[in-house]
Design a binder for this molecule. Structure first.
Ligand code: FES
Ligand code: FES
Length: 156
């Protein structure tokens, strides 16, 4: 077992973990952060996306021990004082979800996308979200939500 110290959604945690434990398992099984979901076993769906030191990562694709000394933000840490993050609000208003399974990862990836490029074109949004799969929406409303959050392009 290896001790890790990691801040998750603003709270410091110090835990013994097996070196083989994935970050997504640590978040869900040890910390109860079940808002972060697992949608595949091939690292290609993006449903498990969280932020590590502010940058999006697929939490099924890294080990919990690799988060030692770092700060993780999950979908559960995005709202502040009960106020939805503007990306959460835009997904809600643009009807950018149906079953909702992809939504936590989509939102975390979309926030990172706008941090990099605050005024993306539609094709830049689609390119930025290509690592996140949605089986329900056809992506159109997801793109509109990101445009709305960015204040660019078509409004919902
Ligand atoms: S669960 Fe991580 S990419 Fe699918
Ligand atoms: S809303 Fe169902 S997978 Fe995206």
């Amino acid at each position: 077992m290896t001790r890790i110290n990691v801040k998750v959604d603003g709270v410091d945690h110090s835990d013994e973990v097996e070196p083989r434990m994935l970050l997504v398992q640590y978040l869900r099984e040890r910390l109860g952060k079940t808002g972060t979901v697992i949608g595949c076993d091939t690292s290609n769906c993006g449903a498990c996306t969280v932020h590590l030191d502010g940058r999006s990562v697929k939490s099924c694709n890294m080990l919990a021990v690799q988060a030692d000394g770092h700060e993780v933000t999950t979908i559960e840490g995005l709202a502040v004082d009960g106020q939805l993050h503007r990306m959460q609000q835009a997904f809600h208003e643009a009807h950018a979800l149906q079953c909702g399974f992809c939504t936590p990862g989509m939102i975390m990836q979309s926030v990172d996308l706008l941090n990099d490029n605050p005024t993306p074109s539609e094709s830049e949004i689609r390119h930025g979200l290509e690592g996140n799969l949605c089986r329900c929406t056809g992506y159109q409303n997801i793109v509109r939500a990101v445009q709305q959050a960015a204040g660019v392009g078509e409004r919902a």
